[in-house]
Ligand binder design. Structure first.
Ligand SMILES: [Zn+2]
Length: 326
């Protein structure tokens, strides 16, 4: 019964135990996916200059990474490949012996404790840096689809547990689903980059993946940051085509979209905390301007509150350690 003229909200904040007791959202190590850049060659461990603490590594450094991720209890990693050779049609992406396919086999041989998510795109492998085949200075949707299907199938053959197409071609989920099913991989789920905005927050990633477009931009296939209804159409068509997970990318400036997608689709929703979001926090914390741990944990709890079930983040190892400390 109310016994005063106003509400006593502070009653539920009186102690750490009380706050824990009434907390509505939680963040656990099970929510995390760690992105990893595998570069062709030997004895390579290059720190990405715009992403302190993030490295491109060659296969011979992979064991250390796997051991660390398993010991921290992180359940999943997302693989990107950085090939030596690039060409017009991104052949390295669907080479059965490509860098990502080799990395997948290597991880599979070593552990069954990590879910391997393969990013399925061509932009790291094309000489022009775009996510498909170029015709008339633009990415040709329908000509690009078969190459994305080939990429996904070779990744599944290598042992990928989840296929994550990021190319934003129309029909990519249905074509990849069909291709995987025909190759006998009907149990391999698709984690679709369903809602991927043409964002300035991807800048540092392009240093890490060496995938900067050599002409133009990606605005004819990635989405306009101003659009919300379009995000719902993208998510709906991907679900119809067979997506098992929906990614919203980037995360921090698109919390409303994460919530909208979660409200409309009863599937796991994945927030991609992208490179620019990482680098901004890193730069500010290296300058002593913000408390890195507090800021990162706050933004991840906010993504969970917005509706994300899973978070892809370069902070995954740090978060796993901080959660252990807590
Ligand atoms: Zn791409």
């Amino acid at each position: 019964m109310k016994n005063s003229e106003f509400s006593r909200h502070r009653r539920l904040r009186t102690s750490q135990t009380m706050r824990r007791f009434v907390r509505e959202t939680d963040l656990t190590v099970d929510d995390l996916v760690y992105p990893l850049f595998i570069v062709e060659g030997e004895n390579i461990k290059n720190e990405v200059s715009s992403m302190p603490g993030v490295f491109q590594i060659s296969l011979d450094y992979l064991d250390d990474e796997i051991d660390e991720l398993v010991s921290l209890g992180i359940p999943s990693l997302l693989l990107f490949g950085v090939p030596k050779e690039k060409d017009e049609v991104g052949s390295g992406a669907y080479d059965p012996n490509g860098i990502v396919q080799q990395a997948i086999r290597h991880i599979k041989n070593k552990t069954d404790q990590l879910l391997i998510i393969a990013d399925t795109c061509l932009c790291e492998y094309t000489s022009h840096g775009h996510c498909g085949v170029i015709e008339h200075q633009d990415v040709d949707n329908d000509k690009s689809l078969p190459l994305h299907v080939k990429t996904a199938v070779t990744q599944a053959e290598a042992g990928a547990d989840i296929i994550a197409p990021s190319n934003m071609m129309d029909g990519f989920v249905s074509e990849i689903r069909k291709g995987l099913d025909e190759a006998g991989f009907e149990n391999i789920p698709i984690m679709s980059y369903a809602v991927k905005y043409a964002s300035a927050f991807y800048g540092p990633f392009r240093d890490a993946a060496d995938s900067t477009p050599q002409f133009g931009d990606r605005k004819t296939y990635q989405m306009d940051p101003a659009n919300r209804l379009e995000a719902l159409r993208e998510a709906a068509s991907d679900i119809e085509e067979g997506a098992d997970f929906l990614i919203v990318k980037p995360a921090l400036s698109y919390m409303d979209i994460i919530r909208d997608v979660k409200n409309q689709h009863p599937v796991p929703v994945v927030a991609y905390n992208v490179s620019g979001e990482y680098s901004m926090v890193k730069a500010a914390s290296l300058n002593g301007w913000v408390d890195e741990k507090a800021i990162v944990l706050e933004k991840f709890i906010a993504m969970k509150r917005a509706g994300a079930d899973i978070i892809i983040t370069y902070f995954a190892k740090d978060v796993a350690k901080w959660l252990q400390d807590n």
